[in-house]
Ligand binder design. Structure first.
Ligand code: ZN
Length: 330
């Protein structure tokens, strides 16, 4: 297969701090020999581990971009042992359009791994991370939030893995992130995810869900910045003291955690994020949008748990994820 067409405009293995771009050729009506220029910052100081930090894997999630712009600005090479590769806006076309998937090809970057060097723009980005950047990394932190359609309790997460040692290393890095909540996370659709590719390569992987609704808050931005610094300090790459505070452990042990809308309509939430619910309790009602005088559909909690995520917009469509309940594990 062809080599990936993306080229960095900065060196990836030279001491110092470099701001530049990953240049993705993108010939189109507006620019015959044009390119998508994905910002990248590389900070290296001698030998040591490599961290790969990414935001805007989905283009409408903002805590990662905020944290990584801040870190790329503030971290100096003399604070570093090894290398930090920062890509604040991984799916850059989606980030610029403020959309989850790329407006160029409608591809969801986090379902496109391992990607294709001869594929669409998003497939090429996935393939560059899969084949070039990710193999250089010892630890990978990929920021997510709820985007425009979901809102989450702020958590960093690890996945259940076959390799116990790798899972323990991931859990330790997630604990170091020290978000207000720490999650053992179940994916409903893990084929093609960056997470899955990174974990299959044996790396230490940290993902997050920090807030949502298509915006960042002061609190969620602080959590993201502190967490990224903590992961770098934990990995021995960034000088400094771990900043620690309380973190509640959550677990998503089975598919009953996920509640999907079975009708369209107007959502009346009956619980907010972080509230405990008992199995059988009504967590939301969905009202008709075309008339009065009809009873709403009641959505029952399928298990005990706290509300860890919820649908954000006021209207739902059939099949939307309405709520996620998680076990409080400690
Ligand atoms: Zn996301």
């Amino acid at each position: 297969m062809a080599a990936n067409p993306i080229t960095p405009t900065v060196p990836l293995d030279t001491d110092g701090k470099f701001h530049g771009f990953l240049r993705l050729p993108h010939s189109r009506n507006e620019s015959a020999w044009g390119a998508v220029m994905i910002p990248i910052c590389v900070i290296r100081n001698g030998d040591g581990p490599t961290a790969l930090l990414t935001g805007a894997n989905h283009g409408d999630e903002y805590e990662g971009p905020v944290a990584l712009q801040s870190l790329a600005w503030e971290i100096a090479p003399e604070d570093v042992t090894g290398r930090i590769i920062v890509v604040p806006f991984m799916n850059y076309p989606a980030f610029r359009a403020a959309t989850r998937v790329s407006p160029i090809d409608n591809v969801n970057l986090n379902r496109a791994f391992p990607g294709r060097p001869d594929g669409t723009a998003t497939q090429k980005i996935a393939n560059y991370f899969n084949d070039v950047l990710m193999p250089m990394a010892d630890v990978v932190l990929d920021f997510h939030s709820g985007g425009k359609t979901l809102d989450f309790l702020p958590y960093a997460a690890a996945h259940y893995l076959e390799d116990e040692d790798q899972q323990a290393a991931c859990e330790a890095a997630v604990a170091a992130f020290n978000a207000p909540y720490t999650m053992m996370m179940r994916e409903i659709d893990n084929v093609g995810m960056y997470d899955t590719a990174v974990e299959a390569a044996g790396k230490v992987f940290v993902t997050t869900e920090i807030g949502g609704g298509g915006t960042a808050t002061a609190a969620s931005s602080r959590i993201a910045i502190r967490g990224a610094r903590n992961v770098l300090i934990h990995a021995g790459i960034l000088r400094g003291e771990l900043s620690s505070g309380p973190s509640r452990k959550l677990d998503m042990p089975d598919d009953d955690c996920f509640h999907f809308a079975t009708t369209e309509g107007l959502v009346e939430p009956l619980a907010d994020l972080g509230e405990p619910l008992a199995k059988g309790q009504v967590l939301a009602r969905v009202w008709p949008v075309d008339r009065t005088g009809l009873m709403p559909l009641e959505v029952f909690a399928q298990r005990d748990g706290v509300l860890a995520a919820r649908h954000f917009p006021g209207l739902v469509q059939t099949g939307d994820c309405l709520a996620v309940l998680a076990d409080v594990a400690g």
